[in-house]
Design a protein around this ligand. Structure first.
Ligand code: G3H
Ligand code: ZN
Length: 291
């Protein structure tokens, strides 16, 4: 069932777990995420980056694929269709196309401009019960051409951002997109605690916090972050690595040279299964199953 992102992320925060926000790349990926969500009874966010949306054929196409599969698979758990790291134009296009949640990522803009544009997107989105995520500080590393400095989010920036009435907030706390370097220092959990304590003291309802760069963060750090207010964890790279490894193993060991494995539906199947296994493991760590 397609719902607004706000509904599921706020519930997760109140109940002390995190919703998985899993990036999709294509039809198979979308199917895999929906199957895992339903099998684990986990409210889930299907996230699409601007790059993935372009690849899949546009905003409407992505929204239609998710909505149609949700129906035809008979998905009963809540599912949100979310724009991941969108710019101003993309956020507007996603709202128009039927996404139920958008991230406006103005983290590379001067703070005043980030706040102003976020406010505009909030006004447009909330009219249609679409939730909005924004970012302060910066997530390190690179995702789909989006490169971040990894700046730890100043508390004051987060305080100003919350006043735009966004529904959940992403902030740099030492997290990085893609693979973590060997000498990575870990999440700055002390800073996360300061951020969420400050934000919670300002509002009636608790503000759900979003952890980007979920791939490769050790389970204990994820659990600690959830206990401090993280209610949405974004995962992309991990599923891609699982897909790549399984597909590679399959091709390199496939002896059925005159058989039928050149059929893409057979060829991709081991990769898709690996994506499902990898996402299901994450949902268990997030405490998101059986809700
Ligand atoms: O916005 C998407 C996520 O932050 C994905 O990060 O690829 O490191 O899991 P990841
Ligand atoms: Zn991200």
């Amino acid at each position: 069932t397609i719902v607004s992102g706000k509904a599921i992320v706020q519930t997760a925060r109140q109940q002390g777990y995190a919703v998985g926000a899993f990036n999709t790349n294509n039809l198979e990926w979308t199917q895999a995420i929906l199957r895992v969500a339903q099998a684990k009874q986990a409210p889930t966010i299907i996230a699409a980056s601007m790059g993935a949306i372009k690849y899949m054929g546009g905003f409407e196409t992505v929204a239609h694929i998710v909505r149609d599969l949700d129906q035809s698979f008979g998905i009963t758990v809540p599912i949100a269709i979310h724009l991941d790291h969108g710019d101003y134009t993309a956020a507007k296009a996603a709202i128009k196309a039927g996404f139920t949640s958008v991230m406006f990522d103005g983290s590379h803009l001067p703070l005043a401009e980030n706040l102003e544009k976020t406010r505009e997107i909030v006004a447009l989105a909330h009219e249609q019960n679409i939730s909005v995520e924004a970012e302060v500080g910066s997530i390190g590393g690179e995702e789909d051409g989006i490169i971040g400095t990894g700046e730890i989010a100043p508390i004051d920036d987060a305080v100003a951002m919350i006043q735009t009435e966004i529904d959940f907030i992403a902030a740099g706390i030492g997290n990085i997109h893609g693979r973590y370097p060997k000498d990575w220092q870990g999440l700055n959990l002390a800073h996360l605690k300061d951020l969420t304590t400050t934000l919670d003291s300002m509002t009636h309802s608790q503000v759900p916090f979003v952890l980007h760069g979920g791939s490769g963060v050790p389970d204990d750090q994820i659990r600690a972050a959830i206990s401090m207010g993280v209610a949405k964890v974004n995962v992309n790279t991990e599923a891609q690595l699982a897909f790549h490894q399984a597909l590679r193993d399959f091709i390199l060991t496939d002896q059925d040279l005159i058989g039928k494995n050149y059929d893409p539906r057979k060829l991709l199947a081991p990769g898709v299964t690996a994506v499902e296994t990898s996402l299901a493991e994450r949902l268990a760590v997030f405490g998101a199953s059986s809700h």
